[in-house]
Design a protein. Structure first.
Length: 275
């Protein structure tokens, strides 16, 4: 059985075009400095992994995926990847970063997740529960990057899911890197994500410092909104999201967000009064 499993992994990997070194993503948007420790899969190959290997429903193409150099994303129990997307919704101001109460934020997200479960189950998806921070949010202003991790549990899933997120702020939007793995892989994923944290570099003209207030729009949310899930503010609660699906031991990376009204209230909590 093990031989057959290994043969299936090798067969699937042979269909993928792995890339290494410095990889430009998007339309000259940013560069991934992968070195020898990671490999890159382009958008079509990343979609193949998400759908064929991990059993997720088809969705819009991403900017690709980062995977370990020595482990296949098909490898059961060890395979994982970082899905890359880009959200161009304006320049995200980071002046709220030091004012956010992350414990309160977690409570709000847990309540919102539970409140959304009746809608989720009505659509045929399992109820989802946010257990807590697997890694508390941290914003590093020197490199304009934010990271956090959450422990999620779905009814009927064989184990919990790890949602490990990195957000890199740019001139007009945010690069979103989301690790897909089982919760049991946290000890393995944590040091790897610390490496991933330093891989991304916006190209000149797209860097955070390239922001031009006379030309560029400012996003309607700040650091708190990135964690809370600003996509929930769009029309349609699930607009733009990959839907949650149990696929063996893998649960797709997207954070479950609750009612729009609750999120709007949360985002408005730390706003300073107008001068």
């Amino acid at each position: 059985m093990a031989a057959l499993s290994q043969a299936a992994i090798l067969s699937f990997d042979a269909k993928l075009s792995y890339q290494t070194g410095d990889i430009t993503i998007g339309d000259e948007l940013a560069v991934l400095h992968l070195g020898d420790h990671f490999r890159y899969l382009g958008p079509s190959d990343a979609a193949r992994v998400l759908t064929e290997a991990w059993g997720n429903p088809p969705s819009d193409l991403t900017l690709g995926m980062i995977v370990p150099a020595e482990i296949s994303p098909m490898d059961p129990g060890r395979g994982w990847g970082v899905v890359i997307t880009y959200s161009q919704e304006g320049h995200v101001k980071d002046d709220d970063a030091e004012d956010i109460d992350y414990d309160e934020l977690l409570t709000q997200l847990q309540e919102a997740t539970e409140a959304n479960n009746p809608s989720r189950t009505a659509q045929g998806y399992p109820a989802l529960h946010l257990r807590g921070w697997a890694e508390p949010p941290r914003y590093v202003p020197e490199i304009r990057s934010l990271y956090w991790a959450q422990e999620l549990a779905a009814d009927g899933a064989p184990e919990g899911s790890l949602n490990y997120a990195i957000r890199v702020l740019g001139r007009k939007g945010v690069l979103e890197l989301n690790a897909v793995s089982a919760m049991s892989q946290l000890p393995q994923i944590r040091p790897e994500m610390e490496r991933v944290y330093a891989l991304v570099e916006f190209k000149q003209g797209n860097r955070y410092i390239d922001f031009d207030p006379d030309l560029d729009e400012v996003a309607a949310y700040g650091i708190g909104g990135l964690i809370a899930g600003k996509v929930a503010l769009k029309a349609g609660l699930f607009a733009g999201l990959l839907k949650l699906l149990i696929a063996g031991k893998k649960l797709i990376f997207v954070l479950a967000i609750g009612l729009v009204a609750g999120i709007k209230g949360l985002l408005g909590r730390n706003k300073k009064p107008a001068e």
